[in-house]
Design a protein around this ligand. Structure first.
Ligand SMILES: NC(=O)C1=CN([C@@H]2O[C@H](COP(=O)(O)OP(=O)(O)OC[C@H]3O[C@@H](n4cnc5c(N)ncnc54)[C@H](O)[C@@H]3O)[C@@H](O)[C@H]2O)C=CC1
Ligand SMILES: O=C(O)C(=O)COP(=O)(O)O
Length: 314
């Protein structure tokens, strides 16, 4: 057994193989591996490279006796037992810098499509329906965009908004001092007061699960356009429906959903998703905000660079 074996358990751009081999690792690429097989085999590996298919929980980590690092080929760490890694000195690297451009651009794409009815009008024209007045657009110019969570994704979205002549407010519970000439650092209260467009960029944590509940949403002073490229679990289908019914949300762009596996929907989820899907002012995408041809490769470069730097003295 070689000491430097790394197991890759999710689908990735194949540049990861040569990059990790050049960094001195023996790589096994098994994107189709089952959880049971991982449990059986993980003991032999010093490194594990993942996306988000398999929860990296205590049961799995207890078997990973030689594990020195986990590389998350992407940003979200919500399926990883972070406490266990800290307690057992297992390093964790993410590659959010590799998909932040993609997320920033996709959020803007969704927003412009919502403001200008692009996907709705496209579907109508294909059916021979030519409705100009109903598809009259809204301008972004002069609007106040509120960002919650000002990390890699939130700041990328703010940067990409640069040319749109909007006011940008950002609230981050754990960060301060990030304001600049075009982003005003705000309290949650200020953001609720002024926002026209809300874009969520927090990680999924115990605190942010159902963060956008009706109690909070009722405190927005103006009707808002909502963008979620963060995680679906921060707002339930029911809350989305209620906010849209009551005009608290004028529309929504949803790249992520409370449950992204349609075949596991409860009957309640099925009903409330169907209500959501029947709305013309909601735009969906299948969790692809960070998923471009470019990010696919950039993620590998970022990740392997971090791994190399962390173990450069060994
Ligand atoms: N749809 C997609 O394809 C993608 C989604 N994501 C999602 O975006 C999330 C954010 O990614 P990054 O920006 O790289 O993370 P990050 O850690 O750089 O930034 C998140 C920010 O949220 C702040 N935050 C945490 N809890 C908060 C709270 N309760 N209230 C206000 N602010 C809070 C943190 O202080 C941090 O500054 C990821 O965790 C992931 O869930 C990321 C990449 C692609
Ligand atoms: O990087 C992230 O957090 C993402 O959500 C990207 O999607 P993935 O989980 O890698 O399929």
């Amino acid at each position: 057994m070689t000491p430097n074996k790394v197991l890759i358990i999710d689908e990735m751009h194949l540049s990861i193989l040569s990059l990790m081999e050049e960094a001195g690792y023996e790589v096994e690429y098994s994107p189709e591996i089952s959880r049971n097989e991982i449990l059986d085999r993980i003991e032999a590996f010093v490194g594990l490279i993942i996306r988000s298919k398999t929860p990296i929980d205590r049961e799995l980590l207890l078997k990973a006796k030689k594990l020195k690092f986990i590389g998350r080929a992407g940003a979200g760490l919500d399926k990883i037992d972070l406490d266990y890694l800290e307690q057992h000195d297992i390093k964790l690297f993410h590659a959010a810098e590799g998909n932040m451009d993609a997320v920033g651009e996709q959020a803007i794409g969704g927003l412009l499509s919502l403001f200008n009815h692009i996907s709705k009008a496209d579907a109508e024209v294909r059916k021979g329906i030519w409705k100009r007045e109903e598809n009259r657009g809204e301008e972004l110019q002069g609007k106040t965009v509120g960002i919650i969570g000002y990390g890699n994704m939130g700041s990328s979205f703010a940067r990409k908004l640069g040319g749109f002549d909007v006011n940008i407010l950002a609230y981050d519970k754990y960060k301060s001092g990030f304001g600049n000439f075009h982003v005003r650092e705000a309290s949650l209260g200020q953001l609720l007061e002024e926002t026209d467009v809300l874009s969520m960029h927090v990680p999924l944590t115990l605190e942010t699960r159902n963060f956008l509940n009706m109690d909070l949403l009722e405190r927005f002073k103006k009707p808002i356009y909502f963008i979620n490229t963060a995680r679906g679990e921060i707002i339930s289908f029911d809350t989305l429906n209620e906010a849209l019914d009551r005009g608290i949300f004028k529309g929504a762009v949803l790249d992520v959903l409370e449950n992204e596996k349609f075949d596991t929907f409860t009957s309640e989820q099925k009903n409330s998703f169907e209500r959501l899907a029947a709305r013309k002012n909601v735009i969906f995408s299948p969790h692809i905000a960070g998923w471009t041809f470019q990010s696919y490769e950039k993620i590998n470069q970022v990740l392997v660079q971090k791994i190399k730097e962390a173990f450069s003295d060994q």
